[in-house]
Design a binder for this molecule. Structure first.
Ligand code: BMA
Length: 815
């Protein structure tokens, strides 16, 4: 008979006391949480995101804060063999006392701490006290006392490189300076009888019709007579394997006819469940369950006629990666949740992403982030948390701290099938090559030590089956041509940071484009959350406080002016800023997708925001989809028809990412703005699996007058269903002869599902559909409405929507 479990956890979360004597603060608060969140909930600080409150709130972190509580320990609990204090996340510098004895000081937000504390506990009431020390004071001091000058990101409070705390909290070119602190993840006591399963390392060997798992449960405090039992259930929940071993032995499990895990669109996201039980004879001490996906991942870097490939291969399938870069979801981390992350990542999947890059200046996400990616079939490119900086690698405690941080986090992510790359840092190598970093020789030395000497062996030891890439971007040779489009990955910021027109995207043929972007403003509803009427001018003090990239507002205006007429008012400017962003990114993506094979990945900068701000995101802080996100759904569609339009020659290309040939037909029409079809062609086509095919080369030389009111429309259909459609115009929108269209609509409802039918008499560009007072996501939005072609969009609303709630505008309404 199995007795009840012996291992258990006492959660120390819940109500704590928070105090800061020098500013007279004494509050009851919730742990886990954060100083800012506690001060906000107790109305000590105002909303840090409102207007310019950021600056006032930032100063609260020059103080130290004390968190404390009491808890009970019973006589039985004290008899347990081992009692550990487990800190899953302390932000950042802290002194931790148990019954007035200092038991540990912490210095790394990204670490997990596990400390044997039995000797400090007593029967009855115990106290725990955690003093969070000011990060601002620390980094100022560390910076002043450090003998060398090292490169740091422009927009952050200087000195952050000395502290292992998420960089974005000190400010970034899209983020405020709000260096919060506190007990940000779970805190608990664990009671261990005899031993505990610390972790499970799993290796997979893929054979033709089977997968062999080598499972090694790491058991602490080993005692010879303990034994382990392994149970494996298949994706349907059926038990398919059970075996027993003594501790310190490996299990070997053979799975015949395995159901493998694939990224979305390449197969199912099958997950097996592996449970390890630790026994002392018949007594169950503890059990641990891990979900695993069977997948073999390779980063293929093979020489070819262009240079060297940079292709992810999952279970033998070369995957064209499509997605975006992810930053932390909030500056006040207690406000994040599984639900919000699920919503965000589901939106990424809806917009046809199959990869998310976790950018290196934030945090290692929660376990649920990886669970969600496993479930949705999103691949994860995981940066280690180093970005745009050179670190003081001559400080031994700092180096030791980094090592522990990497072990803690690599172990946390290694069994997730979604994680396909561990990348050393964001842009630190290219910084050394291109950004005139001070202390150049020393910076190179520190860089080599960190990303070539210290980190690779750790990744190899703790996640031997996940590829490691030293930096994003990096190339073949160290510090040389780091941003080449022939080798490695590429960040291309000529468009935007160097003001180049977005048509320059077509000058590059990256092997893997891991960053490029254009900024836009968020929707008016988002601006209303932080700005007053008097602030509604992009150059107002408040709007500039929510624009962290110094020269960006003029850049947005410049890009807008390249394509659109001068917008008539503030709201129109917001709208065209989003339109230009979407157009630019589409232009780049379609070009790189037309070069299927040579390019094998595209991740635009950036998916989300951490506060309401002007930025490169496609979804804003309040989860409102910008135009870019709707466009992403279309330009990342697995089968894409796109046009490489040039003044004299236009190529029509169909890109097929899928594993099966595409068999269907495409239609090409030359249409005028009143809907008159000037020419039309329909052709049956087959496009091979995983390829791009030029299906048409049009010699189209439109005289200026024609070009002002004519466009090419293409679509590709499979069994009469439109899979992808596109348009090409031969003049910038500002020079087109757009006329005000009459857009008729009809709304149908079935339960909470709505269908909206739209029809117009004249071409309308970037047609926006909104429902008064509601934030809804539509199957499509910001589309070009073609005269007399029926457009159908769908949405779900649990509240009743009337026809009169529909608000429609288009480009012509902006000037
Ligand atoms: C990239 C990123 C970020 C930055 C973005 C926009 O280089 O790595 O550091 O926010 O550009 O400038």
């Amino acid at each position: 008979m199995i007795k009840p479990m012996n291992y258990y956890i006492k959660n120390l979360g819940g109500e704590w006391n928070l105090s800061a004597k020098d500013i007279n603060i004494n509050l009851k608060v919730q742990v886990p949480g954060s100083v800012y969140n506690d001060l906000l909930e107790n109305k000590i600080i105002p909303d840090p995101f409102y207007r310019d409150n950021e600056y006032l709130v930032r100063e609260y972190m020059v103080h130290d804060y004390v968190y404390e509580r009491e808890f009970e320990i019973t006589e039985d609990e004290l008899k347990t063999d081992y009692v550990n204090l487990v800190l899953n996340g302390i932000d950042t510098l802290a002194e931790i006392y148990l019954n007035d004895t200092l038991i540990i000081t912490t210095d790394n937000m990204h670490r997990i701490w596990n400390i044997y504390v039995k000797d400090y506990l007593k029967q009855g009431t115990n106290q725990i006290k955690i003093i969070i020390l000011s990060p601002l004071k620390y980094i100022k001091n560390a910076e002043e006392n450090y003998p060398h000058k090292l490169y740091q990101a422009h927009d952050s409070v200087k000195g952050y490189i000395h502290l292992r705390k998420a960089h974005y909290m000190f400010g970034w070119d899209w983020g405020p300076q709000l260096p919060d602190g506190g007990i940000w993840r779970d805190i608990s006591l664990e009671f261990i009888t005899k031993a505990k399963i610390e972790d499970v390392s799993i290796k997979q060997k893929h054979r033709e019709k089977s997968v062999e798992l080598t499972v090694f449960p790491e058991v602490s405090k080993t005692k010879e007579n303990l034994h382990l039992c392994l149970e494996l259930t298949d994706p349907s929940g059926k038990l398919i394997h059970e075996s027993d071993k003594l501790i310190n032995q490996e299990f070997s499990v053979l799975i015949e006819n395995p159901l493998k895990w694939y990224p979305v669109n390449y197969g199912q996201q099958n997950l097996y469940q592996l449970t390890i039980k630790l026994f002392d004879e018949a007594i169950l001490l503890e059990e641990k369950t891990v979900k695993i996906g069977l997948r073999e991942i390779k980063l293929i870097q093979e020489e070819d006629q262009y240079g060297e490939s940079f292709t992810f291969e999952v279970n033998g399938i070369k995957v064209f990666a499509k997605g975006s870069n992810y930053i932390p979801e909030d500056n006040l981390l207690p406000r994040t949740s599984r639900e919000l992350t699920y919503k965000l990542l589901s939106a990424a999947k809806l917009a046809n992403h199959n990869m998310i890059r976790v950018w290196g200046g934030g945090i290692y996400p929660e376990d649920y982030f990886y669970d969600i990616c496993d479930e949705l079939g999103l691949l994860v490119w995981q940066d280690l948390m180093f970005a745009c900086s050179i670190y003081p690698m001559d400080k031994e405690p700092f180096v030791e701290s980094i090592k522990s941080e990497i072990i803690d986090n690599v172990k946390r992510m290694r069994n997730h099938p979604s994680v396909v790359l561990i990348c050393g840092n964001n842009e630190n190598e290219t910084a050394i090559e291109h950004w005139h970093v001070p202390s150049l020789d020393l910076s190179k030395e520190f860089y080599i030590k960190q990303y070539l000497e210290i980190i690779p062996p750790l990744v190899k030891e703790y996640a031997p089956q996940i590829p490691y890439w030293r930096s994003s971007p990096a190339s073949k040779e160290l510090f040389h041509n780091t941003n080449s489009d022939n080798y490695g990955d590429m960040h291309y910021w000529g468009v935007w940071h160097n003001n180049e027109p977005f048509t320059n995207y077509r000058l590059y043929f990256p092997r893997f484009m891991s960053e490029f972007g254009l900024q836009s403003f968020p929707a008016i509803e988002t601006i209303n959350m932080f700005a007053e009427e008097e602030d509604k001018n992009i150059f107002s003090y408040v709007m500039e406080s929510h624009q962290k990239n110094r020269t960006a507002n003029s850049k947005i205006l410049d890009y807008v002016g390249k394509l659109f007429k001068y917008p008539k008012d503030f709201e129109s400017l917001l709208y065209v800023s989003q339109a230009i962003q979407a157009e630019g990114i589409r232009y780049g993506v379609e070009h790189w997708r037309r070069n299927y094979g040579r390019c094998m990945g595209i991740l635009y900068w950036q998916l989300n925001d951490c506060w309401p701000v002007a930025s490169w995101s496609s979804i804003d802080y309040y989860h409102r989809w910008k135009i870019l996100h709707y466009h992403a759904k279309k330009f990342y569609s697995p089968v894409l028809i796109s046009l490489e339009e040039n003044p004299t020659l236009t190529k029509v290309v169909i890109t097929n990412d899928l594993l099966v040939d595409f068999i269907g037909k495409y239609t090409l029409e030359l249409i005028d703005f009143n809907g008159k079809v000037l020419s039309k062609k329909e052709v049956d086509i087959t496009v091979k699996a995983q390829s791009a095919k030029t299906v048409e080369t049009l010699k189209l030389e439109l005289p200026r007058k024609e070009a002002q009111k004519t466009f090419v429309y293409v679509k590709v259909e499979e069994n009469d269903e439109v899979i992808s459609e596109n348009t090409a115009f031969y003049l910038p929108d500002k020079h087109l002869r757009l006329e005000k269209a009459t857009i008729k609509h009809d709304l149908n409802r079935f339960e909470n599902k709505y269908t909206l039918y739209l029809m117009c008499d004249k071409l309308a560009k970037f047609v926006e559909v909104k429902i008064k007072g509601k934030d809804l996501v539509f199957t499509d939005n910001y589309f070009h409405l073609i005269p007399y072609k029926l457009k159908v969009i769908k949405f779900v609303s649990n509240e009743l929507i009337e026809e009169s709630d529909i608000i429609i505008r288009s480009l012509i309404d902006t000037f």
